[in-house]
Design a protein around this ligand. Structure first.
Ligand SMILES: Nc1ncnc2c1ncn2[C@@H]1O[C@H](COP(=O)(O)OP(=O)(O)OP(=O)(O)O)[C@@H](O)[C@H]1O
Ligand SMILES: [Mg+2]
Length: 307
């Protein structure tokens, strides 16, 4: 599953790391692939700037020269990672020149070929796409069975979603099995029911256009996830800053001594994290559950169609 939106800062990495972590916790074998030179996934999972962080070198070599991938294993139980970082830029440039030298197909299928050897070892592979870089984005989509587009509820993000959705159409020739799993609302206010209603309408308008039939509109509306990620800068900053997934941060907050107990013990009260971590952790859990439900629904429908 590729998490993609040409627009930056819409939750691609946060959702990749946390959904990956939650699925691993539930017993799935999970691989997350960081295709971004910013390597924020390493911050969310806590391995950035540790000795096991190669800044995307192994990934770049695999993409550019086809050598076998080196993985970072057991970043969490059941969760392996392909580390991203600055080396990816060079690999992406190598793919662009490969394409220019007449090997466009090879370049477009580079990520698919790289992951093909590993796919059988995992229940799910999540691709965290970079916000820019057309070549990597389209190679990621060419490798994906499902695509999830996180979107912020502002106009710029909706525009990014529209461009991303049209890019999906351009890889159908290479990857006819690719399917849009849904559009996920990121950073919304919790009580903003009307914001979410309007968001759904905007997605329908952006993807369906003015000529959409009621049936098409209903289909697009169904693409909008019912779960969403609420806005909480305090939790986001604390989680990324400490290399903890949000449910891990939440566990830590709950296990910490209460401030009155600290006071009673004569210790200066210290907070390990914001109380808002609980709500954000709940949202991410609901998102992970909806990802699973949607994939299961699609795969059940496919099986029926094949009977
Ligand atoms: N629930 C939240 N509320 C508010 N901000 C959040 C929340 N979760 C994450 N953030 C913050 O929002 C920013 C963007 O999130 P993230 O990095 O996941 O987006 P992205 O789409 O991967 O960005 P990029 O396109 O740069 O890779 C980050 O600073 C992140 O810490
Ligand atoms: Mg990111």
């Amino acid at each position: 599953m590729a998490l993609i939106n040409g627009k930056g800062g819409v939750g691609k990495t946060t959702v990749t790391a946390n959904v990956g972590g939650l699925l691993a916790l539930s017993g799935w074998r999970v691989l997350v692939v960081d295709l971004d030179y910013q390597a924020n996934l390493g911050l969310d999972l806590g391995y950035r700037h540790t000795p096991s962080d190669d800044d995307g070198l192994a990934l770049a070599q695999s993409l550019a020269y086809g050598v076998d991938l080196k993985l970072l294993r057991d970043v969490r139980p059941g969760l392996d990672v392909v580390v991203g970082g600055s080396h990816i830029e060079g690999a992406a440039a190598a793919l662009v020149s490969k394409a220019a030298q007449g090997k466009l197909l090879e370049a477009r299928l580079s990520i698919a070929a790289m992951l093909d050897k590993l796919a059988a070892d995992y229940d799910i592979i999540l691709l965290d796409c970079p916000p820019g870089n057309d070549m990597l984005q389209s190679a990621a989509v060419a490798a994906a069975r499902y695509v999830l587009i996180p979107v912020k509820t502002d106009d710029g993000s909706l525009e990014g979603m529209k461009i991303t959705a049209s890019r999906l159409e351009s890889v159908i020739d290479l990857n006819p099995d690719m399917d849009l799993l849904g559009v996920l609302m990121f950073g919304s206010g919790t009580s903003a029911t009307t914001v979410r209603r309007e968001f759904s309408d905007q997605v329908v308008a952006a993807l369906g256009g003015v000529d959409a039939t009621p049936a098409m509109k209903a289909e697009i509306e169904h693409l909008v996830f019912t779960s969403y990620l609420r806005h909480s800068e305090a939790t986001a900053r604390k989680a990324r800053g400490s290399g903890l997934l949000v449910h891990e941060l939440d566990d830590k907050v709950k296990a910490a001594p209460k401030f009155w107990d600290q006071l009673k013990a004569g210790i200066k009260p210290q907070s390990v994290g914001p109380a808002s971590a609980e709500g954000v952790a709940d949202d991410l859990q609901a998102i992970a559950a909806e990802v699973v439900r949607r994939i299961q629904d699609k795969e059940a429908a496919m099986e029926l169609a094949n009977v």
